[in-house]
Design a protein around this ligand. Sequence first.
Ligand code: SAH
Length: 409
Amino acid sequence: MADLSQISLLGLDRSELASLVDGLPEPPYRAKQLLEAVYRQRVESVEQISTLPQQLRLKLTEKGISIGLPRIEKRFVSQDGTVRYLIALADGQTVETVWMPEGDGGEAGDGSEAGEVAERYAESLTTAESRTLPEGNDPTPAPKRGTTPHRRTQGQNQGRSTICISSQVGCAVDCQFCLTALLGVKRNLTAGEIVGQVCAVLKDQNVSPPEDRINLVFMGMGEPFLNYDNFVKAVRLLVEEVGIAERRMTVSTAGIVPRIHDFGAEAIRPKLAISLNASNDALRTRLMPLNKKWNLEMLMAAAKAYPLRTREWITFEYVLLGGVNDGPENAKEVAELLRGMRCKVNLIALNPGPGIDFSTPDTERVAMFQKILREAGIPAFVRRPRGRDIYAACGQLKRTVEIATAPAP
Ligand code: SAH
């Protein structure tokens, strides 16, 4: 049996928990109680696991076994309901996690497209409260009166809330428009820390899957495919223990080509998004230096070989930088690159930030880019920036906190 000192239960899967319980020694059913307490009830401390006898709680504590739920250090609430969290890990490092509540017009940043909104609406009809069609064209049930974006009653979440989670402290990929890149990479997150972000936010928002339909996007700090094993383990725990369906998750990669191949072979896998961000190699290498190692030809070959499931598509993200990659000629090149693929494009106007030497394009240019893609037969969506007033976008939270310009919590 491994050294039990300083063990966090969060991050352990069924078999690891079974062997921990076995080594205590305790009967096997205790493992199930621990799983339930950690991933479903999301208790904060071992002392709070009410299903265990007091003596066993003491024994666990004495052995240095803790839950390992990360602590919410700061919380900022945006006017649009977005909540960004600065989450503190056991070693004092912090990452950001963002909660985006329902009602963003069908583009929750989760790789879903407008068609899925109808599907979600159909799902929502199974609850008695939402049987009346809301006014207008938006098939989203109106939020229940009296609920605030923060703190709700379980079961009220009708399927559009998304949690954006981090996979690393900082990032090594060095994309020139990204604030996280400015931090460099400090370390990988453990599977427990990845799952822990979700558990901490679910607890804070008082929502609980699967009754509350939660989408997850691995689009926070870090490159998930450079922390592949922990990411894959976290996904498995999120699906099997926390209860979030894999089709409600999207992982975004900057284009770590060998891992795209590996990912396609995983039995449990979220939907795939690829950060394209440029329409030709020269431009992409300038914006994303990793393109020197894995160029567009390699990236597109991996995307084309990717084994899509029924009703699945690849999402390409394209951050539009004013006057740099947002011209009609770029849109035409993108259309050419993606021709014939089962995919869609999410266009994201740059979220500017300190230390970022690019500008946000005009709305007309964004619309023009979208139009060219659509005319070429490629579904293209413009993603609405969320939580701009609280710097919730893309690495801005930690960065802005670090340079001490953050608003008061
Ligand atoms: N490393 C992964 C996931 C994190 S970044 C990846 O690169 O995909 C998530 C998305 O945010 C990426 O599509 C990235 O291109 C985009 N992004 C990064 N910085 C941005 C900024 N300043 N404005 C808008 N989008 C940005």
